[in-house]
Design a protein around this ligand. Structure first.
Ligand SMILES: NC(=O)c1ccc[n+]([C@@H]2O[C@H](COP(=O)([O-])OP(=O)(O)OC[C@H]3O[C@@H](n4cnc5c(N)ncnc54)[C@H](O)[C@@H]3O)[C@@H](O)[C@H]2O)c1
Length: 361
C-alpha cells in the first residue's frame, strides 16, 4: 500500500493507494471513521451494477445504506443533489455519519457537495473508481454540481476525510475513458515532473495492457503530484492554475463540440500539443520536446491534431470565453521544458493563429 499525507492549513488526510483495497474497506473504515456511525455509500448505476453487491457484502456488520445516482455528466445537477438531501433528511442522517463517494468524478463531486452542505458539513470519504477521479477529481476538495448555464457553477471547497484508491477498478473502465484520463496523467508529467514523463514513455504500453504494478505506480505518482499542488494552493488562488495545462484550448474544443465530439481527455491532448507549439514559437522550449509529447499521446491513441471541423475564428471565440480570461486577456499555461510549466502567459494573436492553422493542416 502507498500512502500520501495531504497536510493543509486546518486539516490533514491521507490518500491510500492499493490494488484490491476495495475489499478491505471495512477494516480501513474502522480505522478512519471508528465508533458507532452510519455510512451512506453513494454511487452511480454503472458502478453499482459492477461492484455494488460485492462491496456491500464486504461491509457486513456495518450500518450501510446504498444511494444510486444515474450515471453521466448530465446528472451532475441540483436535482440529483436535492434527491440526495431528501434521502439524508428522511433517513435521519446525523453529523457524525459518513458519506462514501464511490464512483467517478460525477459521484465524487455531487457527494462532496452534499457532504459540504448537509447539516453544515458531514464527513465524506472519496473512493474514486475512474482513472480521472483517482488521480484528479477525488483529491483536493473541489466539489460542485453543474447549472443549466454552465459547468461546475455551484460549488465549494470541502476536503474529504480520506481518499481510498483501488487501481483494480480501472480494469472495467471503457477504453475511451481510460485513454482520455491518461491524457491528464501525461499532463502531470509534462507540466510538473520530467522523471514521471520518462516513466510514462517507458511504460505506457504495459499500462494500457493492464499491468497491475505499473498501473498502481502510475496512479500513486500522479496522486502525489496532484497532492503536491493542492498542498501549495488549496483554494486555487495561484499555482493550482498549472493544472489547467492544455485546458484553455481543451475547454474551447469541448464546448464547441457540445461535449460529444471530443471527450475531455481528447480535447486536453490537442490542447497540450497546442501549448507546446506556442512555446516553441516563443522560443521557450527546445525543438524536439513537442515531438516527444506528441509521440507519447499518439501511443495512447489520443488525438494530436484538430479534425478540421471548426473554423479558426470560432475556436478563438470559444477560447475567449474561457473562465481563466482575466483583464481582457486569455492567460495560458505554457511549458518551459518537459516537466516544468508557467502560468499566466500571454500569447500574441498571430502565434495563436499560426498554431491553430498548423493543428488543422
Ligand atoms: N473535483 C475536482 O477537482 C474535479 C477534477 C476533475 C474533474 N472533475 C469532474 O469529474 C467529472 C468527470 O469525472 P469522470 O471522468 O470520472 O466521469 P464519470 O463520473 O461520469 O465517470 C465516467 C463513466 O465511467 C463509469 N464508471 C465509473 N467507474 C467505473 C468503473 N470502475 N468501471 C466502469 N465504468 C465506470 C461511470 O458510470 C460513467 O459512466 C466531471 O464532472 C468533472 O467536472 C472534478
Amino acid at each position: 500500500m502507498k500512502r500520501i499525507e495531504l497536510v493543509l492549513h486546518n486539516r490533514a488526510y491521507s490518500i491510500q493507494i492499493e490494488y484490491g483495497l476495495l475489499f478491505r474497506l471495512k477494516e480501513i473504515l474502522a480505522e478512519i471513521a471508528p465508533g458507532d456511525r452510519r455510512f451512506l455509500l453513494v454511487t452511480d448505476e454503472v458502478v453499482a451494477e459492477l461492484y455494488g453487491k460485492r462491496v456491500l457484502e464486504s461491509f457486513a456488520g456495518l450500518l450501510v445504506d446504498l444511494f444510486v445516482l444515474p450515471s453521466g455528466e448530465e446528472n451532475k445537477n441540483l436535482e440529483n443533489l436535492n434527491r440526495l438531501y431528501d434521502y439524508l433528511i428522511i433517513n435521519g442522517y446525523e453529523r457524525r455519519d459518513v458519506l462514501l463517494a464511490f464512483g467517478g468524478g460525477v459521484v465524487g463531486d455531487i457527494t462532496g457537495m452534499a457532504a459540504a452542505t448537509y447539516l453544515r458539513g458531514v464527513p465524506y470519504i472519496q473512493i474514486p473508481s475512474t482513472l480521472l477521479a483517482q488521480v484528479d477529481a477525488g483529491i483536493g476538495g473541489k466539489v460542485a454540481v453543474n447549472h443549466a448555464l454552465g459547468k461546475n457553477l455551484i460549488g465549494s471547497f470541502y476536503q474529504p476525510k480520506a481518499v481510498l484508491v483501488d487501481p483494480s477498478l480501472l480494469d472495467t473502465l471503457s477504453e475511451r475513458e481510460l485513454r482520455g484520463a491518461i491524457a491528464e496523467v501525461i499532463k502531470y508529467g509534462v507540466a510538473l515532473d520530467y522523471e514521471f514523463f520518462v516513466f510514462l514513455e517507458e511504460n505506457v504500453a504495459g499500462i494500457l495492457e493492464g499491468d497491475r504494478f505499473l498501473r498502481e505506480e502510475m496512479v500513486a505518482r500522479a496522486c502525489e503530484l496532484k497532492a503536491g499542488i493542492v498542498r501549495q494552493d488549496e483554494l486555487d488562488l495561484g499555482v493550482r492554475a498549472v493544472l489547467n495545462f492544455g485546458h484553455t484550448l481543451g475547454h474551447a474544443l469541448e464546448q464547441l463540440g457540445e461535449y460529444r465530439e471530443y471527450s475531455h481527455g481528447e480535447a486536453v491532448s490537442i490542447g497540450m500539443v497546442a501549448v507546446f507549439a506556442m512555446a516553441e514559437e516563443l522560443g521557450l522550449v527546445e525543438r524536439g520536446d513537442k515531438e516527444r509529447v506528441i509521440a507519447l499521446l499518439e501511443q495512447v491513441g489520443l488525438p494530436v491534431r484538430l479534425k478540421g471541423m471548426y473554423a479558426k475564428e470560432r475556436i478563438k471565440e470559444s477560447i475567449g470565453k474561457d473562465k481563466k480570461k482575466s483583464e481582457g486577456q486569455v492567460r495560458w499555461v505554457l511549458p518551459e521544458r518537459i516537466g516544468k510549466a508557467k502560468i499566466n502567459c500571454i500569447v500574441p494573436e498571430k502565434i495563436l493563429d499560426r498554431v491553430l492553422l498548423d493543428l488543422m493542416g
